[in-house]
Design a binder for this molecule. Structure first.
Ligand code: E4P
Length: 218
């Protein structure tokens, strides 16, 4: 499973990139608004660090406007992917952009029927939002399983990005289901490698080594 980072913060992206396991980035208007920078120059900075797919979202709610906004975004870098909401207008925009050779990520996906139509429109990626479904007492991961089943039934190549991930269990479940990608906030990426027994084990090895060296030097 590929690992994307879900942030527009350049320090977090650089750190996660330095771990050697980062495959891409997803941004959204909320994440970009936190950076207090011109979104285009922020996206440029991100694309200088990460060569995998970097999602940049359009704000228009009409297909024509989405396509118009997408064109300059796609020119920022060849790895920019245009993020479009899962609406009928979004479908039309995805179809048009795909025919122009621009990759799309259909976001705010909350149902399998949306995911199936998104694939039919030729989107490269679909982003089911698991955390926001959990927030309304609906199993977010069930949606991912369902999309995975439907895509397998028809050998659909649209990649599933599990989005709105809130904790390591979302990440693990995504891998069990066989999702293509998980897009994960920086704080959760760090938690993925954290284990108290690893820390305790390191401390014990260091203490024992120091004790041995002291004994040998006496
Ligand atoms: C994904 O592409 C979105 O940017 C993101 O995962 C949304 O997460 P949230 O529900 O925590 O805002």
């Amino acid at each position: 499973m590929k690992l994307f980072i879900d942030t527009a913060n350049i320090d977090e992206i650089k750190k996660a990139h330095s771990y050697g396991v980062l495959d891409g980035v997803t941004t959204n208007p909320t994440l970009l608004s936190k950076e207090k920078n011109d979104p285009v120059s922020q996206l440029k900075k991100i694309c200088e660090v990460v060569k995998g797919p970097v999602s940049a979202e359009v704000m228009s709610q009409h297909a024509e406007g989405m396509v118009k906004e997408a064109k300059p975004l796609a020119e920022i870098s060849p790895n920019i992917v245009i993020k479009i909401p899962c609406t009928i207008e979004g479908l039309m925009a995805a179809k048009e952009l795909t025919s122009l050779g621009v990759k799309t990520n259909l976001t705010l996906c909350f149902s399998s029927s949306q995911a199936l139509l998104v694939a039919k429109a030729g989107a490269a990626f679909v982003s089911p939002f698991v955390g926001r479904l959990d927030d309304i007492s609906t199993e977010g991961m069930d949606l991912v399983s369902d999309i995975k089943l439907i895509y397998s039934n028809y050998s659909i190549s649209t990649e599933i990005i599990v989005a709105s991930i809130r904790h390591p269990i979302h990440f693990l479940e995504s891998a069990r289901i066989g999702a293509d990608i998980a897009t994960v906030p920086f704080s959760v990426i760090e938690k993925l490698m954290k284990h108290p027994l690893t820390d305790i084990g390191i401390k014990r090895f260091v203490d024992d080594w120091d004790r041995l060296n002291k004994e040998l030097n006496n």
